[in-house]
Ligand binder design. Sequence first.
Ligand code: B12
Length: 212
Amino acid sequence: MANFESVAQAVMAGKEAQVKDEVKSLVDSGAAPLDIINQGLIAGMNVVGARFKNGEMFVPEVLMAARSMASGIEIVKPLIADKDMPNKGTVVIGTVKGDLHDIGKNLVAMMLESGGFKVVNIGIDIPPEKFVDAVKEHNPQIVAMSALLTTTMLHMKDTIELFKEEGIREKAKVIVGGAPISQDFSDEIGADGFAPDAASAVELCKSLLGVA
Ligand code: B12
């Protein structure tokens, strides 16, 4: 018998087919779609986030868990009015210009989504102008930039400078991350925050927006 706990367990184990089956049978048995998301899918992903942070789970397992969770959400999403979808705020996320690394960025995106944020993932090799366009189009509360190369991390500063020139710096909080990024670098370029990993990125976004 499927229940919220077994859905959460299947997410933790990254068993996508099982997550789908269990979610479908919960839907058929009349469980509330939001409960399936919050008490099943997101509950499982929260455990994954904590285990990843503690070094008890590794990137491939986390990606499988995140994918399983996303498949489950796809099944229940059509049953939920948009306004009822958990939304703590919108985050535009991308990897900066010249940088093609996206594994960490995608992890952050998926963890934010499972943390209840609406995420607009604009991809890799994103020049400052495209970040500006995305802010104008999506009105995010947070812009998240990722860089894995010491040569490309400087484009984070360029992007923040262009936000200022365009008069949109105050529209959204800017957070930065990626292996070469530090709190000092974040302060130096005038970002609003830095987080060393995906689970901390979720906490950072929550605290910047003052949401639980
Ligand atoms: C996988 C990888 C690649 C893959 C990328 C595949 C992909 N789709 O992403 C490929 C093979 C394409 C690649 C290419 C290159 N790479 Co590479 N790559 C790596 C490697 C091995 C792992 C990166 C990774 O995915 N880590 C796992 C993820 C989960 O960790 P993460 O990215 O750090 O993300 C976490 C945090 O940083 C944080 N985070 C990440 N983004 C954000 C954003 C925000 C807002 C926040 C809050 C947090 C956050 O949360 C994440 C999850 O916890 C690293 C080595 C390393 N140890 O980092 C080298 C590394 C980054 N690469 C390196 C280099 C040099 C290159 C190349 C130039 C190699 C070459 N000569 O062609 C090219 C550059 C291509 C380009 N233009 O981008 C160097 C960079 C050196 C430097 N100091 O600049 C590294 C460090 C390897 C090394 N030791 O030399 N690479």
